[in-house]
Design a protein. Structure first.
Length: 332
């Protein structure tokens, strides 16, 4: 039986379902920095140890797996302390905020290959996107030459009033666009070679939020195909993940009620509806798979290489937004 500890009880609470649904794991300790939340969870989970000190989990000899759902600026420290204490790590995005920290994490994992790490890049488990991936594998799209991915946040209060705006550094690319970056790489199997990014903070210019609330990136893949990814935190729009895939045989457009598959350029021919559920109902769904990868020593859905490939692209996107120049993706 693998014992798990969870740091951060926002989205981290949903990890409990993933661990406790697996026959070989259970949550034994949870942590949050909010006294109000701790009181709430003491009543909700009376059987669990509850603490406001992350080290109680990170240094406990009884914990095998740590879920890190703390604020972004804590991720690097929590990951390294967990790994150095021999624990497997399930971390919410982003992996970390700085390239030098990602390099250090990667080196440690390379030297300790008995330890596993993954990130909650949950869109790989969205049923509609799983269906689209199968279509790509079955060559239903032909040659894919262009993809658009739009992270429409639709929850501006979280950056204006929440913890994100209080950090010394927050990136809407690391916190939003990362999902579309990973989704597109996963769907196509392509490697991103170069990126170029613009950004602005027009929507939050009169708020205390100090960082760009919008970014748009152009990506060049190794086969010369392209993608455009936006991270749109200030939009007047419900939270949604836009995805358009353009191939030589077909085009897919993600929409709220259903996906649209176009197989013809003829306006008189209608599109095919993809009536498969869009989102996953459980944000902790990848937790079960991660436990399974540990127990059965197999590759998880989101591997260590996957995490670092996606993170490397995001670092290049953020860098380009600051330099105003195209940036080569340097794989970590």
């Amino acid at each position: 039986m693998k014992n798990a500890g969870i740091i951060g009880l926002g989205v981290g609470e949903q990890h409990i379902i993933g661990y406790d649904s697996h026959p070989n794991s259970k949550v034994t300790m949870i942590c949050d920095f909010s006294e109000k939340k701790l009181e709430q969870y003491k009543k909700k989970y009376p059987e669990l140890k509850i603490t406001d000190n992350a080290d109680d989990i990170l240094e406990s000899p009884d914990i095998d797996i740590v879920s890190i759902a703390s604020y972004d600026n804590y991720h690097y420290d929590h990951i390294m302390k967990a790994l150095k204490n021999g624990k497997h790590v399930f971390v919410e995005k982003p992996l970390c905020l700085y390239e030098k920290d990602a390099i250090e994490i990667r080196k440690f994992l390379d030297n300790h290959q008995n330890l596993k790490l993954t990130s909650n890049l949950i869109m790989r488990k969205y049923p509609r996107f799983e269906y689209v991936k199968k279509m790509i594998e079955d060559d239903k799209f032909g040659d894919i030459f262009y993809i658009e991915g739009d992270y429409k946040y639709g929850r501006i209060h979280k950056i204006v009033d929440g913890w994100r705006g209080k950090l010394d550094f927050y990136s809407i690319i690391y916190g939003g666009a990362v999902h579309l970056v990973d989704l597109i790489i996963w769907l196509t199997g392509k490697n991103v070679k170069e990126v170029f990014t613009y950004g602005n903070k027009i929507i939050t210019k009169n708020s205390d939020f100090k960082y760009n609330d919008f970014s748009v990136s152009l990506l060049k893949f190794n086969d010369q195909s392209n993608a455009k990814i936006t991270s749109n935190f200030g939009c007047v729009f419900p939270h949604f993940h836009g995805l358009s895939i353009y191939g030589s045989k077909a085009t897919f457009i993600n929409d709220f009620e259903y996906g649209k598959l176009f197989k013809s350029r003829n306006q008189s021919e209608t599109f095919e509806k993809i009536n498969i559920q869009y989102k996953s109902n459980n944000k902790g769904e990848l937790v079960y798979d991660f436990v399974d990868s540990i127990v059965n020593n197999k590759k998880p859905i989101v591997s260590i290489d996957d995490v670092f490939n996606t993170t490397s692209v995001c670092f290049a996107m953020e860098k380009s937004m600051k330099t105003g120049k195209p940036e080569i993706v340097k794989n970590i």
